[in-house]
Design a protein around this ligand. Structure first.
Ligand SMILES: [Zn+2]
Length: 302
């Protein structure tokens, strides 16, 4: 799909979110900074894309590790200000491991300080376009999307992808009601006049109606059977971990999972499987999906 020339999407692999660069002679802005382990790559891509222009602002859609893990590195390199959604501020200020889903899930990020918070309804001027911050609770209760009405572009973060949306973590761990939030967010998107979506992961896409249909179907299925979301979440997290570590010894999987409490918490609440059975299931299903291979006793990222 065609984007206005001042919007450049640095599309990344799954461990990092996309980085969206909004060019402006008066100072460019970046939305989301990727995963900490990819920070050097993020900086290299950014340097090339900026071509000597100044980066003055870094803004997050939400504060999961794959979106804010590179914030500190980008700020060090460019001295830009950092703005985060208002609701994320307490967890970021306290660097709350559990709320930020860091050690709790086996992910990491470099601690950063923010300069500004953004709330729903706020207007921003980025890349010479006017944008509105829109609440997008569901995947993350405090997430914001950024919408440019004239260009009809939506930066959706993990609230809408071409083929689904980000895991509804809060429903899984501590905040029933997130299904309804997710539905409301999808309905909000459906009411916007959108020609193109720039998602947090994957390529920008134009067929918003079709993406919404897929998202609503997935949400319906999760609401009918929350265990389906639980199983999907555990697999997504384990394959994310495999992307981080490249390989995990199969025999060490029990310790690996018990060091990341979210697995036991979700299993206890939704599945109730004995530990060994859960491990078997995860390995078998990720193998079947082509997300890992098992070689000489090692689980390898595909
Ligand atoms: Zn993400």
């Amino acid at each position: 799909m065609n984007l206005p020339p001042q919007i450049q999407v640095l599309q990344r692999g799954w461990l990092s979110s996309n980085n969206i660069l909004l060019h402006d002679a008066g100072g460019c802005a970046l939305i989301d900074s990727g995963y900490v382990a990819h920070a050097a790559q993020t900086l290299a891509l950014l340097e090339q894309a900026l071509g000597g222009k100044a980066l003055t602002r870094l803004i997050n859609t939400h504060c999961h590790s794959d979106h804010m893990g590179g914030n500190a590195a980008v700020q060090r390199a460019y001295g830009c200000s950092i703005a985060i959604p208002e609701g994320e501020a307490p967890a970021i200020a306290a660097w709350d491991d559990r709320l930020l889903l860091l050690g709790y899930t086996g992910q990491s990020a470099e601690r950063f300080a923010f300069d500004q918070t953004l709330s729903a309804g706020e207007r921003l001027s980025l890349g010479g376009l006017d944008w509105e911050a829109i609440a997008a609770p569901g995947h993350d209760p405090y997430a914001l999307m950024y919408y440019a009405p004239e260009a009809r572009i939506l930066i959706s973060g993990d609230a809408l992808w071409q083929n689904g949306f980000g895991l509804i973590f809060s429903e899984l761990i501590d905040k029933p009601g997130a299904f309804a939030d997710t539905r409301a967010t999808l309905e909000t998107i459906a009411r916007l006049d959108v020609a193109g979506v720039i998602p947090g992961h994957g390529a920008p896409f134009g067929e918003v109606g079709r993406a919404l249909e897929t998202a609503f179907q997935r949400l319906d299925a999760y609401e009918r059977d929350p265990g389906k979301l639980a199983r999907h979440a555990l697999k997504v997290m384990l394959s994310f971990s495999l992307m981080i570590h490249r390989r995990i010894e199969r025999a060490a999987l029990p310790q690996f999972l018990s060091a990341r409490p979210i697995y036991a918490d979700i299993n206890r609440r939704f599945l109730g499987l004995p530990d060994a059975e859960l491990q078997e299931y995860l390995v078998r299903d990720l193998q079947r999906a082509g997300a890992l291979t098992l070689e000489d006793g090692w689980l390898l990222a595909a």
